[in-house]
Design a protein around this ligand. Structure first.
Ligand SMILES: Nc1ncnc2c1ncn2[C@@H]1O[C@H](COP(=O)(O)OP(=O)(O)OP(=O)(O)O)[C@@H](O)[C@H]1O
Length: 226
């Protein structure tokens, strides 16, 4: 399925009606890797959440292939996310009483039986390569970095075509962060996934095809490379 991204006339509003983010036009071909950077409060996370169809107050168009997330209802947006989007949030949203594998393979609960095995296997592979204990402990005992890596394995386990990441390396030490960046980039490139990542991490931004500056609720002209 061709999931090229095309955003047009997008306005994302706060509950009071204030425009948090405006984007007249933005596009990305499948397989693109794009970094979003900018000052705190500029609207980076807002844009990322909008691209996932997670913002309640949007007008305009966010088209991933034939699906326009602005026009879809909540159930259809959720179905689109389940099939095509891997989300790596800043606050991880892990289930404390589950193991890393339990969290990373959560998508088994929402997918048909024939996909469950491959989701669990992929989750296990990612946890191993990210050096997270898969089943020894529940995640309530994990460090920030272990939680982050668990969240990343979860985002990738159902093999989504689109990966949206909010500061994926934020709580990792340099070495772990660099290893994670390599994993994310090699996976994205090998399987032609689209990766859009909010980050202040120059190591991550350096590996992206494009870096977009977000300032004061607007996407700025593109800077090539860093
Ligand atoms: N639900 C909301 N209601 C009102 N204002 C909001 C809401 N959500 C976000 N904002 C505001 O929108 C602006 C953009 O927030 P956003 O989280 O997108 O910024 P950011 O660029 O990701 O910042 P940071 O780097 O600090 O995470 C901020 O001023 C924030 O306070």
């Amino acid at each position: 399925m061709n999931l090229a991204l095309q955003v047009d006339d997008l306005r994302v509003r706060a509950p009071g009606g204030r425009v948090l983010l405006s984007c007249d036009h933005f596009e990305a071909t499948p397989g693109a890797t794009i970094g979003l950077r900018g000052p705190s409060g500029a609207g980076k996370s807002t844009f990322l959440y909008a691209l996932a169809g997670l913002h309640p107050a949007m007008t305009g168009h966010i088209r991933w292939g034939a699906a326009d997330l602005v026009q879809l209802n909540d159930a259809a947006r959720a179905a689109f996310r389940r099939s095509h989007v891997g989300l790596i949030f800043q606050d991880f949203l892990l289930f404390e009483e589950l193991s890393a594998l339990g969290n990373a393979s959560l998508a088994t609960a929402f997918n048909p039986a024939e996909k469950r095995r491959s989701i669990t296997d992929t989750a296990r592979d990612f946890l191993k390569s990210l050096k997270v204990p898969a089943e020894a402990r529940t995640v309530d005992s994990f460090s920030g970095g272990e939680r982050q890596r668990t969240a990343i394995a979860r985002a990738l386990a159902h093999d989504p075509a689109i990966i949206l990441a909010d500061e994926p390396t934020a709580s990792l030490d340099r070495r772990t962060a660099d290893a994670l960046i390599e994993d994310l980039i090699s996976l994205t490139r090998a399987r032609n996934k689209t990766l859009i990542a909010v980050s202040h991490d120059q190591h991550l931004l350096d590996r992206m095809d494009r870096v977009i500056e977000v300032t004061d609720g607007h996407l700025q002209t593109e800077a090539a490379g860093a």
